[in-house]
Design a protein around this ligand. Structure first.
Ligand code: SDX
Length: 393
């Protein structure tokens, strides 16, 4: 038996820990960052404000926000020699592979901010990561597009800067689209944290060994990449495109998802915690409607997604198992409307989740019961056996 292990081992030996960052109520579809409902933050904040709330525990006043933004602005460029990494990746390298590699490599260029115990070094590494992740992400897209890297512009907001690094080209003027900026800001906010999900638990686990913040976040990026986790947003769009290519019969795919032998799941459906609805999905779906109407574009994927949701939610199999659309189900429709290529969807998820990962990493380090995570197991292997030399096997 594993014996009785108390919660305040801070996950050291159990699969759960105490945290004050985010509250989830899966039965009632409630999500709050540091006590503030996600709906109010999504409607009233900018992403850096929410990042401040998650990391420092409070919504900033105007001066605190300006100071935070100014400090981040000072770190938006990456060391020029880091650009050489991009030449080493194949042109079709998945940007999540590039992101986790280059984020880990930050620890080789910024060795003056690696100590996870020194508060000043931790503060610098937090601001460096928040500032550089969009740059690293945009450069991974430019590499795949065969276009020149576009430097950050510090007179722009966080979201404006990312979009111009993604889509500006030296030979054309680039116009910031306010609707696109607002949609990206909302998406980053609703992705910013989500309690002890797979990637956040990974960041806490890796950080508990006193690995530096860059290495811990790189591990979180790798965990997020999985199609059962953050990679689902890319998988949803590939699934919707497949449904359209195969004639648009959503019932066929709903039935396939019910057939265990098919090994097919409706991507963007289901959640370990939400057994009613994912509040983020509601917010994103409303934003889809608004953005597509504003851009006066109709996206066949959005139409198919809504049909799929309707058919699935009236089917016993999904109702019995409480499988509802999650955060990944509609987010891809907005990313497409912004011109973001599908391989970059999970990268955007990582950009949104970064402040949450950082908040949990800091909280884990500050816990009075902080210890290296070392979950135990129930051993099911063979009992002791007698060794036989190879000539006797
Ligand atoms: C995220 O944890 C977080 O908070 C994650 C996240 C975050 O913000 O960090 O919210 C982000 O990762 C959202 C989830 C994105 N993943 C997907 O959309 C992939 C598709 N969904 C699943 O594979 C699944 O629903 C999970 C991974 C999300 C949850 O898996 P669970 O809780 O382990 O559920 P399960 O695999 O035990 O399934 C329970 C039953 C099974 O059927 P039975 O064995 O009871 O007959 O439901 C079925 C499953 O086969 N099922 C599905 C299904 N999801 C579960 N059947 C068809 N399609 C699906 N999508």
């Amino acid at each position: 038996t594993t014996g009785h292990i108390t919660l305040d081992d801070g996950y050291a030996n159990t699969g759960s820990c105490t945290s004050s960052v985010t509250f989830l109520d899966g039965d009632n579809g409630i999500l709050r960052y540091r006590g503030y409902p996600i709906e109010e933050l999504a409607a009233g904040c900018d992403f850096i404000e929410v990042a401040h709330l998650l990391i420092y525990g409070e919504l900033p006043n105007a001066k605190q926000l300006e100071d935070f933004k100014n400090s981040i602005r000072r770190h938006t460029m990456i060391h020029e020699e880091m650009r050489a990494f991009y030449n080493g990746f194949p042109r079709d390298a998945h940007p999540m592979a590039i992101l986790s590699s280059v984020v880990s490599a930050l620890s080789t260029f910024y060795q003056d901010s690696l100590d996870p115990i020194d508060p000043r070094q931790v503060e610098v590494s937090i601001h460096r990561l928040l500032a550089k992740l969009p740059t690293i992400a945009a450069y991974s897209y430019k590499k795949s597009a065969g276009q020149p890297f576009i430097y950050p512009q510090n007179d722009l907001s966080y979201c404006e800067n990312f979009l111009q690094m993604m889509f500006a080209v030296p030979c054309e003027p680039y116009e910031i689209d306010a609707d696109a900026v607002a949609a990206l800001n909302l998406l980053l906010i609703v992705h910013a944290d989500h309690e002890q999900n797979c990637s956040t638990s990974t960041v806490r686990m890796v950080g508990s060994s006193n690995a530096n913040l860059f290495a811990s976040i790189s591990a979180g990026i790798s965990a997020l990449w999985g199609p059962l986790h953050g990679g689902a947003n890319e998988a949803v769009v590939l699934m919707l495109e497949r449904i359209i290519q195969e004639g648009g019969d959503v019932s066929k795919f709903v039935n396939m998802a019910k057939d265990k032998k098919s090994n097919f799941r409706l991507m963007g459906f289901g959640h370990r915690v939400y057994k009613n609805f994912d509040p983020r999905c509601k917010i994103i779906k409303q934003a889809c409607d608004k953005l597509l109407a504003k851009l006066s574009v109709s996206d066949p994927l959005f139409d198919v997604a809504q049909q799929l949701e309707q058919v699935a939610l009236s089917d016993e199999y999904f109702i019995e198992r409480k499988l509802y659309p999650n955060v990944d189900f509609y987010s891809g429709v907005i990313y497409r409307a912004l011109g973001i290529p599908v391989q970059m969807f999970t990268v955007l998820f990582a950009m949104g989740r970064l402040p949450g990962w950082i908040a949990h990493w800091v909280e884990m380090h500050r816990s009075p019961t902080k210890r290296i995570y070392r979950p135990r197991q129930i051993y099911t292997g063979p009992t002791q056996r007698k060794f036989q030399p190879i000539e006797k096997r």
